[in-house]
Design a protein around this ligand. Structure first.
Ligand code: ARG
Length: 300
C-alpha cells in the first residue's frame, strides 16, 4: 500500500527575477536633423555631428546599462528621429499602444516600431491617423502606477486619451501643454522614483497645474526654473536612486542630491538640436516579456 501522496503545497518561492528595468533604445547611426517640427530644430538642420551624437548616446547607453537591460531597435534610413524611442509607443502589461505621429515626417517610424514590438511578442494596438498620440513622449505613469499622465496640444490629440483609458485599468489625467518649446510631456514633467515629480510649471495651463498639484503634495513637487527646463532637466530617466539627465544647473543637481538621488549628468548637446535629451532617447518596457523570451531561448 502506498502512502497517500502529500497534497502539493506552494513550493518555496521561485528565485526572484532581478527587477532590472528593460529599456528600448536606437543607436544614432542614421541620426540627423533633416526637418523642423519643433522650435529646437529651427536653425539646426544638418548641424548635429554624428560622431559626437554617437559618443554622447554611447555614454547614456552605457550608464543606463549598469542598472537596466537595454534592448535595441535598428535605425532605418529616412527616419532620423527614430533615436527618440520614447515616441515608439506606450507599453504596460505586454500591451503597446503604438504611436500615431502628428507630423508626416515621423510617420514612417510607426511600421518599424510596430515590427519590433510584434517580434518581441507584445500585443500592439493602433490609433487612427486622425488621433495622433506620441507614446511615452506624451504619456507617463505615476510611480505607483495608479495614474497615467498624458499630455495634449502640440502633438498628441486629447481624443487619443480615451483608448489609453480603455486599455489599462488606470486613471488617465490629461495635461494641456501650452509652451511650444515643451511640445511633449516628457520635456517638462518627470515622475521620479521617490514619488516626487520634476516639472516646469510654465509648460502647463492653469487647470493642468492644479491637477498636478492636487496629486503631488508640496513636498513632492520639484518645480524647475526656465533655465533648467530649457536644458531639458525634466527630460530625465530615473532608475532606483539614479537620475540620468542632460547637464543642469548646480542648484538643481544639489537639490536632487540632497533628496537622495545620484545625479548622472551627461552631455546630450547633439540631441538637444532635435529637441530631445535623455528621456526621449529611451522607452521603458515591462521586463517580463523580454526576460521570458530570454528564458525560452535558454531553455531551448
Ligand atoms: N525631433 C523629435 C520630434 O520633434 C524629437 C522627439 C523628442 N522626443 C521626446 N520624447 N520628447 O518629434
Amino acid at each position: 500500500m502506498t502512502s497517500p501522496q502529500p497534497i502539493p503545497q506552494p513550493g518555496p518561492s521561485l528565485p526572484l527575477i532581478p527587477t532590472r528595468p528593460t529599456l528600448l533604445m536606437c543607436a544614432p547611426t542614421l541620426y540627423d536633423v533633416t526637418y523642423v517640427i519643433n522650435p529646437w530644430m529651427a536653425g539646426n538642420v544638418h548641424t548635429a555631428s554624428r560622431d559626437r551624437a554617437n559618443t554622447q548616446w554611447r555614454h547614456l547607453h552605457d550608464a543606463l546599462a549598469e542598472v537596466a537591460e537595454v534592448l535595441l531597435v535598428a535605425p532605418q534610413p529616412g527616419s532620423p528621429d527614430m533615436v527618440f524611442t520614447a515616441n515608439a509607443g506606450l507599453e504596460r502589461d505586454g500591451i503597446v499602444v503604438l504611436s500615431s505621429f502628428f507630423h508626416p515626417e515621423r510617420q514612417d517610424e510607426e511600421q518599424h516600431f510596430q515590427r519590433w514590438f510584434d517580434q518581441a511578442g507584445y500585443t500592439v494596438l493602433s490609433l487612427p491617423r486622425t488621433e495622433p498620440f506620441e507614446g511615452e513622449g506624451d504619456a507617463l505613469f505615476s510611480i505607483d502606477g495608479s495614474r497615467l499622465w498624458v499630455g495634449f496640444g502640440p502633438r498628441t490629440l486629447l481624443a487619443s486619451h480615451a483608448l489609453l483609458a480603455r486599455t489599462w485599468p488606470v486613471e488617465v489625467a490629461s495635461l494641456h501643454l501650452v509652451d511650444p518649446r515643451f511640445y511633449h510631456l516628457d520635456t517638462c514633467f518627470a515622475p521620479l522614483e521617490d514619488g516626487s515629480v520634476l516639472y516646469y510649471p510654465g509648460a502647463f495651463d492653469q487647470p493642468s497645474l492644479a491637477s498636478i498639484e492636487s496629486f503631488y503634495p508640496p513636498e513632492l513637487r520639484i518645480p524647475v526654473a526656465e533655465e533648467d527646463a530649457t536644458r531639458f532637466a525634466c527630460n530625465a530617466v530615473t532608475i532606483g536612486s539614479r537620475i540620468f539627465m542632460n547637464r543642469v544647473s548646480p542648484t538643481l543637481s544639489s537639490h536632487l542630491t540632497a533628496r537622495g538621488f545620484e545625479v548622472v549628468q551627461l552631455d546630450l548637446s547633439e540631441f538637444l538640436k532635435a529637441g530631445g535629451a535623455a528621456k526621449c532617447l529611451v522607452m521603458k518596457l515591462s521586463h517580463t516579456r523580454a526576460l521570458s523570451r530570454t528564458t525560452i531561448s535558454l531553455v531551448i
